[in-house]
Design a protein. Structure first.
Length: 413
């Protein structure tokens, strides 16, 4: 019996050691970035613990990427644009991971901080939900149930494109009680279902589905690049009901004014309240792309100067340090102002829009908004006179804290 207990405890200890070793390995692996961007011709120092090493040089004969190990990690430099794979080893022996190194042209952007109105139209009609309807005969039907799902996009009805709710309704009335093919975009896959409308009145037909054709809101312009392209929000536009990223058809950027500020409190996010007058004279740019890292497009040439003042270099994630930084935001309708924040945590392997944890420390901003509020998404973050990212989210329980996205993630879209 004693021998069996001894073997059991030895086995338990071995399992514990394996689990502990695996967790330590994972912690080491997380200290090494999966991907690095660096500028052509500029030497970049990458900090690593002393027990992690890499090759002293790669492809030295062609001088494409030079790697120099040192006590703080390693430095890299390349005189050519390109992509490289850089192996990192544990104690110089055990392979840990390979880092994707992307050598790109040096970039500058103008941090904006101006409030903007956003209008986007979707490719097709977004399905929010299905519902029961009462037919002309008094019976209850749900024609869309089990056929349409929340998050689907209705592209065609009986072979005809439908871009608006009015167009969809017109096609439904033409179909009558006839079962017709309906083309859907479901998570990027094109599928076809057959739906039969229900008669609800004299020559009136319904399919029992809630749909949405467009959306609008207020955000903050992050940057304008030298070629006139812009980025804003730092996160994608998602539908409030389904949570899915809107499948963008087109959209416009409008000038807007902040009318009021609802301060944020614990459990109650605040909000910038403004007015978007969607007329041609207020249009400042065209929206071309909606991604998880923001909304992107092209500014009107006549508007560039107003929304882009001083161009600053951008900082890659390896340059960002915990500590003091600033955000730009125009909250009083005059010009964007600098507000002090603190970068509290940096996730070097972040592939989403929550790359940094930030804390608002500026007393004026805390007094004005209570912290980060809806509408401040996209406010550019500056550190050491370089653009490092944009504000994306607020922590509901603590509006003085939130998240930011790396500028490199926005610019790589």
């Amino acid at each position: 019996m004693i021998r069996k207990l001894r073997l059991f405890f030895i086995l338990l200890l071995a399992v514990d050691l394996c689990v502990a070793g695996y967790l330590i390995y994972l912690s080491w692996e997380r200290t090494v970035p999966d991907r690095l961007f660096t500028f052509v011709g500029e030497e970049e120092q990458i900090s690593l613990p002393s027990y992690l090493t890499t090759d002293s040089s790669l492809d030295e004969s062609r001088e494409t990427l030079k790697v120099t190990g040192n006590q703080d990690g390693f430095s890299i430099v390349s005189d050519k644009i390109g992509n490289y794979r850089l192996p990192v080893r544990l104690f110089g022996i055990l392979p840990l991971k390979e880092v994707d190194v992307h050598v790109i042209h040096k970039m500058r952007v103008a941090p904006s901080g101006e409030p903007i109105g956003i209008y986007v139209a979707t490719k097709g009609l977004l399905v929010l939900d299905t519902a029961e309807i009462e037919g002309k005969n008094g019976m209850t039907y749900s024609p869309g149930a089990n056929l349409l799902r929340s998050g689907d996009y209705i592209l065609q009805w009986n072979g005809k494109s439908v871009a608006t709710i009015q167009e969809l309704n017109e096609q439904i009335q033409k179909s009558g009680k006839k079962k017709v093919p309906v083309l859907l975009n479901r998570g990027g896959e094109m599928i076809e279902v057959a739906i039969c409308p229900v008669a609800v009145g004299n020559r009136q037909y319904k399919i029992g589905v809630w749909v949405r054709e467009d959306t609008q809101g207020i955000g903050t312009l992050t940057y304008v690049a030298e070629d006139g392209t812009f980025g804003t929000l730092g996160h994608g536009i998602t539908d409030a009901d389904t949570g899915s990223l809107l499948n963008l058809k087109d959209g416009e950027l409008y000038s807007t004014k902040i009318l009021d500020i609802m301060k944020g409190t614990s459990g109650e996010p605040g909000e910038l309240q403004g007015y978007i007058n969607m007329v041609a004279t207020n249009e400042i740019g065209n929206i071309e792309k909606n991604t998880y890292f923001g909304v992107f497009g092209k500014m009107r040439e006549s508007e560039k100067e107003h929304y882009a003042s001083e161009y600053l270099p951008v900082a890659m994630k390896q340059e960002i340090k915990e500590g003091k930084a600033w955000i730009y935001s125009n909250l009083d309708g005059t010009t964007p102002k600098k507000y002090e924040i603190e970068v509290q945590d940096i996730d070097v392997n972040s592939r989403d829009n929550k790359s940094m944890v930030i804390q608002i420390t500026d007393k004026k901003l805390l007094s004005l908004t209570g912290g980060i509020v809806q509408g401040m998404s996209g406010s550019p973050i500056i550190q050491n006179n370089k653009v490092i990212g944009a504000v994306t989210h607020v922590l509901v329980d603590d509006p003085a804290k939130g998240y930011g996205v790396f500028i490199e993630n926005m610019l790589s879209q």
